[in-house]
Design a protein around this ligand. Structure first.
Ligand code: TZP
Ligand code: MG
Length: 238
């Protein structure tokens, strides 16, 4: 299928399982395992990881690329969007221009990236904007400024992001959960063993980069995360 880089919007009525447009919050309510790509760590490559993630049932993918030219990023992001099709929300890390060029569903930005109000003006109301936060004050501010979800980082110590800082511990999630209404995506040092505690403490979704993309079988790793996340959410509701 040829990818046009103009006028694409995954949040249209025909996409994302036929859900009506602009229902960002309802789409985000359905996410459990959240894939963030990393071409440096990946064993099989970003596009293979995205494909296996979507096949495993992952409903949100963030294309995060630090070492490619803009041209290469646009090409890879367009292909990532094609793989996500109507099955997964597709976001671009940092690069609002790349997100706009390929018609992504939104972006994920950090505290030092473009201010969220500026990003919102460029992207419009209908796109998803996720913001990385490290504490309760940043989380409250993110919600106030119109973030659609927060990425809370880092929950545990991690070697994947050198400047991530020390893990805040899963108990902090609960405190932040009580302070904001938008979804919390937990990130940093999460693996199969500690992921239950992350969901138990109130994370709506979680990212595990190295635990997934350094493995031999990305699809089965993600399936296993999805299984733990869903079972823990059900346990919490019971
Ligand atoms: N942002 C905060 S921590 C992190 C990013 C991108 C890395 C998470 O990687 P891992 O391997 O899941 O600890
Ligand atoms: Mg960033």
């Amino acid at each position: 299928m040829e990818i046009s880089l103009m006028n694409q919007d995954n949040l249209n009525p025909k996409n994302l399982n036929g859900k009506s447009p602009n229902r960002k919050s309802s789409l985000l309510k359905e996410i459990d395992f959240y894939l963030v790509t990393d071409s440096e760590l990946s064993k099989k490559g970003t596009l293979s990881d995205v494909k296996e993630a979507v096949e495993a049932g992952c409903k949100i993918v963030q294309y995060r690329e630090k070492n490619r030219s803009t041209r290469e990023m646009i090409s890879e992001a367009a292909e990532t969007k094609r793989i996500c099709s109507d099955k997964a929300i597709f976001l671009v890390n940092d690069r609002i221009d790349v997100a706009l060029a390929v018609g992504a569903d939104g972006v994920h930005i950090g505290q030092d990236d473009m201010p969220i109000g500026t990003a919102r003006k460029l992207l419009g109301e209908n796109k998803i904007i996720g913001l990385t936060v490290h504490n309760i004050d940043e989380a409250i501010e993110a919600e106030k400024r119109g973030a659609d979800y927060v990425g809370l980082s880092p929950i545990f110590d991690t070697a994947t992001k050198k400047d991530a800082g020390d893990g805040i511990g899963p108990e902090k999630i609960q405190e932040i959960k009580n302070a904001i209404r938008i979804p919390i995506v937990a990130i940093g040092g999460i693996n199969n063993e500690n992921c239950e505690s992350v969901v138990q403490n109130g994370a709506d979704s979680l990212v595990a980069i190295s635990a997934v993309i350094c493995s031999e079988d990305v699809k089965s790793e993600i399936k296993s995360f999805i299984d733990i996340i869903r079972r823990t959410k059900l346990k919490k509701q019971a």
